[in-house]
Design a protein around this ligand. Sequence first.
Ligand SMILES: Cc1cc2nc3c(=O)[nH]c(=O)nc-3n(C[C@H](O)[C@H](O)[C@H](O)COP(=O)(O)O)c2cc1C
Length: 210
Amino acid sequence: MLAVEHPLVIDADVQKSRKSQYEINPNIINRWSPRSFSGEVLSNQDLFKLFEAARWAPSSYNNQPWRFIYAKRESKQWDSLFDLLVDFNKQWCTNASVLVVIISKKTFEHNGMPSFTHQFDAGAAWENLALQATFQGLAAHAMQGFDYEKARRDLEIPDDYEVTVMVAIGKRASPEKLPQDLRQREVPSNRKPISEIVMEGKFGNHIGEP
Ligand SMILES: Cc1cc2nc3c(=O)[nH]c(=O)nc-3n(C[C@H](O)[C@H](O)[C@H](O)COP(=O)(O)O)c2cc1C
């Protein structure tokens, strides 16, 4: 049995605003959604590792409903993805290295029946992508602030696919690069306590933590 030791530790900055109640994989705590990006070019090698991580997500019937439409900042396709964003997201995404539109197939490939979990499956793929980005020293920031209908039209997405989310990917930069109002929000957020979100046996039966 091969023992793999990861040098992963919780990032000192992240630890200031995030305390985990139990000891878990530090990469999970280190993932957060910054808005200040360096704008530097991301190699295909680095980018495609993220899609590699995403495709290993589990899905109902292993249908793998996720699809990824990407544009790099220096490419001619950049504008067609960037133009989908609401103004709030445009102001910080201008320095992202890559934008991705995640879509998911609404039906099963083996029988054409509707899948009730295709977006849940795509969500698992997104989180794999985001955790891999963190592991590579990058950040991935999901967004629902964009024009879903325009995305379908402009990117020629077939009706059988749901437009799910956009993601900005890049290397983190100093908060100073952001407009004033966004600077103070450039810190990792905290979470509800386990006692509030976990119930034993039936709804409302919050037992607190062991
Ligand atoms: C589905 C989804 C949609 C989001 N949409 C936006 C968005 O449009 N703009 C934005 O700045 N952040 C957006 N976020 C980021 C969330 O605000 C962020 O994930 C949340 O506050 C938790 O913070 P963390 O990711 O840093 O842990 C989105 C996140 C998710 C998962």
